[in-house]
Design a protein around this ligand. Structure first.
Ligand code: SF4
Length: 244
């Protein structure tokens, strides 16, 4: 279960009265995996409301009372932001939620960046008040953008486009929204960043694909097709036979 910034799931709670819909977050709501929160509304602020930015940093504001959150028209709304963060933590604790997905850039929910306090559209590294306080309370926090990236990577293709590719190097090339991992590149020595156990499984997979999909059974041709040495192939086949 995730605590999620409500605006990411299409709730019009943004200061402008709009939302920041993120389809990946909405999917979590549809799967009953989300508890929606809007810290600014929980703190008692209306929607729509004037935009607000942090002067100082969230950690100092929440732990030392140094710094503030002000609206574009100069009103100090720090107390409402702190109240909203505390209410959010209460909800997290009451629900046993251990992770939150928050909207980056917001003075409440920002995880990696916030606006610089000058209302000029400039962003700086930093966190929103709720993000900081959730983390201090032991809740894992990631931004909507990080979550979507994770989802995208989980759809990563492990791709063998043609058997004359040789498994030598792991290249990452952006292909649309997916990352294409080319297992094989040339016939130089084996280079891979994969952990040993994963590399071992990948060798097996490549070999299975060559045998089952391309119907190659001759050892030399298998070696040619997969980039594995004959000795490696023999070892994998021996190990597979042993497992049966
Ligand atoms: S406070 Fe958070 S949940 Fe509410 S509108 Fe802003 S970013 Fe969205």
């Amino acid at each position: 279960m995730y605590l999620i910034s409500a605006c990411l799931c299409g709730v019009n709670c943004k200061y402008s009265g709009e939302n920041n819909l993120n389809e990946d977050c909405l999917a979590l709501l549809e799967q009953d995996q989300a508890i929606l929160i809007c810290p600014e509304q929980l703190g008692g602020l209306a929607t729509p409301r004037p935009s607000a930015e942090i002067i100082g940093d969230a950690e100092s504001i929440s732990t030392k009372g140094i710094g503030k959150v002000i609206t574009k028209d100069g009103k100090d709304v720090t107390a409402a932001f702190l109240r909203g963060a505390k209410e959010t933590i209460k909800i997290a604790k009451a629900s046993g939620t251990l992770a939150a997905i928050l909207k980056d850039g917001s003075p409440s929910c920002g995880c990696n960046y916030v606006y610089d306090g000058n209302f000029a559209g400039e962003i700086i590294e930093g966190e929103g008040i709720t993000c900081t306080m959730l983390k201090d309370a032991g809740i894992e926090v990631i931004s909507d953008e990080e979550y979507s990236k994770k989802i995208c990577e989980s759809k990563t293709l492990i791709f063998l486009s043609d058997y004359d590719y040789k498994r030598k190097e792991v290249n990452e090339d952006e292909i649309g929204e997916s990352i294409l991992y080319t297992l094989t590149n040339n016939d130089e020595e084996i280079i891979t960043d994969l952990p040993p156990i994963v590399e071992k499984q990948m060798k097996k997979l490549v070999l299975y694909m060559a045998r089952e999909m391309f119907d190659i059974n001759d050892l030399d041709q298998l070696s040619e097709a997969t980039g594995l040495t004959v000795k490696e192939i023999e070892e994998i086949i021996k190990e597979s036979n042993h497992e049966k």
